[in-house]
Write a protein that binds this ligand. Structure first.
Ligand code: NAD
Length: 355
């Protein structure tokens, strides 16, 4: 039963969509519209079972509520998942069918890119609904959010390195990047430009080979990246990578990367703190992409204004790091509290009108 599901957090709405003709099975989760229409990416992934897909949709959509709140955006939190293999199961019919399902919500949920979903896929969804963003064409199109996400993650890594390692310079700092897709590859470029030393992995050998060639990176197996002998571990693939098994072997003193839901469970935030590892809360450090998408949804798209807003990410992170130190609490708990306070204030009757 949905309401008893461990990751159900009073989500406003969960929609299960199927289109037999195109083979579409999808879930849309709207966690909160307190701050505005729920906006968040669509993920395509070959989930092992429906429970796993549901868990991802519920956790990711709550994360979007927190992310949008912490980035100061007038957007609520939502996310969608399409069950399938993005390398094999995509078709225009499938994305048009998904667009129709998004459309049935009348703008309560706005979809953009996430793992497995490209700008072209979102454009195809846009043939059957206007409630999509991260487009490459059209009024105020903002394009691929990934370079903006990667820029925010890069700035966030610098803030975390400054706080934990006491240096402003990434030259010679060893960073392990897990996942070399849209975010990870842009992040590698920025880190390499600053002289960081990269250790990388991906489940796709072609992505690894490209990165090793371009940046003289060291490649390790996907199941060895968390244990790499580095200063910073930057998860940029899927979630739950900080868990009791990986924690024992992490050598990095900083965990800061673009992936959503890095902590397998909330208590892993305290476990990181107890191990002396500084964690940059994922939904704060990876907010650059949604800041860019938001500019398309809510205003005339202005790239410079977007960049200025992304540059606030290290400021917010530093505030979280300092508060966590002062209060002797995990950074994740401090960020969760800050996000919940913003959402609670927005839910207060009259708050939106007064804002
Ligand atoms: P992507 O699909 O382009 O890249 C993900 C990469 O991770 C792929 O190359 C995939 O092969 C690899 N991967 C998957 N499982 C792996 C494993 N076990 N070990 C190593 N590599 C693995 O996705 P993306 O857009 O780069 O997103 C990456 C992460 O960042 C996701 O968690 C996503 O939710 C998050 N995120 C993305 C954006 C964005 O703007 N794209 C914004 C915020 C958060």
């Amino acid at each position: 039963m949905l309401f008893d599901f461990p990751d159900f957090d009073n989500h406003e709405l969960v929609l299960f969509g199927r289109d037999a003709a195109s083979g579409l099975s999808a879930i849309i989760a709207v966690h909160s519209t307190a701050l505005g229409p729920a906006c968040g990416g669509c993920r395509m992934w070959p989930y092992a079972n429906d429970q796993e897909a549901m868990r991802d949709a519920l956790r990711l959509s709550r994360g979007m509520s927190y992310k949008n709140a912490m980035a100061g955006l007038p957007l609520g939190g939502g996310k969608s998942v399409i069950i399938g293999d993005s390398r094999k199961d995509k078709s225009d019919d499938l994305f048009r069918a998904f667009g129709r399902i998004i459309d049935s919500l009348g703008g309560k949920y706005i979809a953009a890119e996430d793992v497995g979903i490209s700008v072209a896929d979102v454009m195809t969804m846009g043939q059957t609904t206007p409630h999509v963003a991260g487009l490459s064409k059209g009024h105020d199109a903002s394009g691929d959010p990934s370079p903006f996400t990667a820029y925010g993650v890069y700035l966030g890594i610098k803030a975390a390195v400054r706080h934990k390692l006491g240096t402003d310079n990434l030259k010679g700092v060893r960073v392990a990047v897990q996942g070399l897709g849209n975010v990870g590859s842009h992040l590698c470029q920025r880190l390499a430009d600053d002289g960081a030393l990269l250790t990388v992995t991906d489940i796709h050998a072609d992505a690894v080979a490209r990165t090793v060639d371009r940046f003289a990176a060291l490649a390790v197996a996907p199941d060895a990246i968390h244990a790499a002998d580095v200063d910073v571990y930057a998860p940029c693939a899927l979630g739950a990578v900080i868990n009791p098994h990986t924690l024992e072997t992490i050598k990095a003193r900083v965990v800061a990367g673009g992936a959503n839901n890095q902590l397998e469970t909330d208590p892993m935030g305290e476990a990181l703190r107890a191990a002396g590892i500084l964690y940059a809360p994922d939904y704060v450090i990876n907010g650059g992409g949604i800041i860019n998408v938001s500019a398309e949804v809510t205003q005339d798209y202005d790239r410079d204004a977007v960049l200025r807003q992304v540059e606030r990410i290290p400021v917010t992170l530093t505030e979280i790091f300092r508060r966590a130190d002062r209060e002797n609490r995990p950074t994740s708990a401090v960020a969760d509290q800050m996000a919940r306070e913003i959402l609670a204030a927005a839910r207060t009757p009259g708050a939106k009108a007064a804002a």
